[in-house]
Structures are given as structure tokens and as C-alpha cells.
Design a protein around this ligand. Structure first.
Ligand SMILES: [Zn+2]
Length: 95
């Protein structure tokens, strides 16, 4: 099953959801709207991050770039920094 990443919308987060958390869900499952631990509002991040992260465990950064993937490393709350590939150098969640 795919891993979906969630980013909390609230500033008041718990240790579980602080900076984002991951949930394993079926593709057809309803996206979560709240943290399962503290109930604060959250939203699902585009799931391609999860796919790339999954691939990263099988391919080196160099191979990822050679295959046209862009790999991002999560640097903080809603912020990703590029580690390989041709995409933007960083992605910040626009909130
Ligand atoms: Zn929480």
C-alpha cells in the first residue's frame, strides 16, 4: 500500500504530527483531515513524495537522477530540499 504524507495545518501539533507524519493507506481511502493522535487539522501532501522516497531505498541518488527522478529530502515542516535530479532545488509547502 502507498504511504501518504500529511502536514498539520495547526501550529499546535503533538510529537506524532509535528513537522508532518506518514500514514499507510489504500489508494481509495479517504484522506485524513486530522491527526490521529491529537486531532489537529492536517492535509495530505501530494503522494509522489512517498513514491520517490520509496524508490530511494532501492536506487542511489545518482541512479535516481540518471533515470530522470528528482529526489527530495525532508528538511523540516513542509519543506523539502533536493538531493538528486533536475527539479527545483527546494520545495516549500505553500502554507
Ligand atoms: Zn498530532
Amino acid at each position: 500500500m502507498p504511504i501518504f504524507e500529511y502536514i498539520p495545518d495547526s501550529e499546535e501539533t503533538c510529537p506524532y504530527c509535528h513537522g508532518g507524519f506518514e500514514e499507510i493507506q489504500t489508494m481509495s481511502a479517504e484522506p485524513l483531515t486530522a491527526c490521529p493522535e491529537c486531532g489537529c487539522a492536517c492535509h495530505r501532501v501530494i503522494s509522489s513524495f512517498g513514491v520517490v522516497t520509496k524508490g530511494a531505498s532501492m536506487l542511489s541518488s545518482k541512479n535516481l537522477a540518471a533515470n530522470g527522478f528528482t529526489q527530495y529530502k525532508k528538511m523540516g515542516k513542509g519543506y523539502y530540499e533536493k538531493t538528486a535530479g533536475k527539479g527545483p532545488n527546494a520545495i516549500a509547502d505553500g502554507r
